[in-house]
Write a protein that binds this ligand. Structure first.
Ligand SMILES: Nc1nc2c(ncn2[C@@H]2O[C@H](COP(=O)(O)OP(=O)(O)OP(=O)(O)O)[C@@H](O)[C@H]2O)c(=O)[nH]1
Ligand SMILES: [Mg+2]
Length: 393
């Protein structure tokens, strides 16, 4: 696939920070013999956090920064001093980002709002210092807790754009022309199929400062679900829309058949797509006269609103906006939180390959973000005995 700035799929490696070790320090000041344990707690390891940011439209920035490493917690020290917490690593993502485990395909989380933060991997808790372990019978515990280990995971971030109305149609149906007529978006328009290669969003303004978002995606053809044309991968950008606007040109040989093919491709992609409310626009209707419209009308699919439109002459455009607005505001069409299905583990490798994301990611620079001196194996979460620590203060 050609390189493009519209990146909606990326694989990255994430690693949280280890917790710092608790200290085993014994207080030994002048005139205070056997001062007792005063080792402080280790700091918490840094989290890996995803944060929704409306200033990002794609995942492009992550292609150049595929290793997200949080800092480790520092060890505790004498005088019950806490170790410093490791630095959290914040990954900014566009609203509409969905995250999957790249090895198992498991769905992990979804970031939809600006400023929303989700902890993807927790940093390890710091270990407790030895003063916590002092008891009546054990006055001088010479051990402390090590910090909890870090966590690592390779994840797939997938963008599913957030829009209200999604445009569905064959190539050349006039989808981009409509978007440019009703919003200030400037998608490429041309008289050949597959002009649009990546999704475009436009804000459609309606009366009284109201507005809604329309998503124009590449055209769909029969067999798209089997990979024909651009396939169905862009359909995920209208998966969250509450309303689908089907667009079929007035000069189509068989409007009904075209409609059924589109429905069928959507069903193959995700059967839930058919639960969405649909509106049908017969595009390029400037080519029709009233007589032809009357002839076509009875052949159109029943049970869904249809409108004859022309983005060029303006015919039907304001009725279309009214219809879309009405449908969008019907309670029955409000979309509940969509259910993200896990990815099929067996198909995952093939998918990563197709998306050009199958390269192994190593764990990056092991020491990055690591600001503690002693990192010897804190992995096993057990109490450890340590020698009495001398302090010559
Ligand atoms: N006469 C007429 N032509 C139109 C109308 N709308 C679009 N067209 C023409 O139809 C052709 C295709 O329009 P596009 O908007 O690029 O079609 P698309 O559905 O976005 O096509 P893809 O991006 O390839 O999927 C262009 O030559 C447009 O000028 C219309 O209302 N009337
Ligand atoms: Mg287009």
């Amino acid at each position: 696939m050609a390189e493009s700035n519209f990146v909606d799929y990326v694989k990255i490696y994430c690693r949280s920070g280890k917790g710092g070790r608790g200290s085993t320090h014994m207080r030994r000041a002048k005139y205070v013999p056997n001062g007792g344990p005063d080792g402080g707690d280790g700091g918490r390891g840094g989290h890996i956090i995803l944060r929704g940011n409306r200033n990002y439209w794609t995942l492009l920035h992550l292609k150049y920064d595929r290793h997200a490493l949080a800092g480790h917690g520092a060890s505790g020290s004498k005088n019950r001093s806490f170790g410093k917490d490791g630095e959290d690593k914040i990954i900014e993502v566009p609203c509409g980002t969905v995250v999957y485990n790249a090895e198992t395909g498991e769905y992990l989380c979804d970031v939809t709002e600006h400023g929303q933060e989700v902890i993807l991997l927790k940093g390890g808790r710091g270990g407790q210092g030895n003063w916590h372990f002092k008891t009546a019978t054990r006055q001088a515990p010479r051990f402390a807790q090590p910090g909890e280990p870090m966590q690592e995971m390779t994840v797939i971030l997938e963008l599913k754009l957030l829009a209200d109305v999604g445009l569905v149609g064959f190539p050349n149906a006039g989808k981009s022309t409509l978007l440019s007529a009703v919003s200030s978006a400037k998608p490429k328009i041309a008289n050949y199929p597959f002009t649009t290669l990546e999704p475009n969003l436009g804000i459609v303004s309606y009366h009284d400062n109201k507005s809604f978002v329309m998503a124009d995606i590449p055209g769909i053809i029969e067999g798209a679900s089997a990979g024909k044309g651009l396939g169905l991968r862009f359909l995920r950008h209208i998966e969250r829309n509450s309303l689908l606007l089907f667009m079929i040109p007035a000069d189509s040989d068989d409007i009904r058949k075209e409609y059924d093919i589109l429905l069928n491709e959507l069903r193959t992609f995700n059967p839930e797509m058919l639960d969405k409310q649909r509106v049908l626009a017969i595009t390029k209707s400037d080519m029709l006269d009233q007589e032809l419209m009357d002839e076509i009308e009875p052949t159109l699919p029943e049970n869904i609103p249809h409108i004859f439109i022309s983005s060029i002459s303006g015919l039907g455009i304001s009725v279309l906006k009214d219809t879309l607005w009405t449908e969008l505001n019907k309670d029955s069409n409000k979309i509940e939180a969509i259910v993200h299905r896990p990815k099929d583990k067996d198909a995952l490798h093939q998918e990563l390959k197709e998306m050009g994301e199958d390269k192994e990611l190593n764990s990056g620079n092991e020491d990055a973000g690591n600001d503690i001196e002693d990192v010897e194996d804190l992995e096993d979460f057990e109490y450890e005995e340590e020698d009495w620590e001398e302090d010559d203060q």
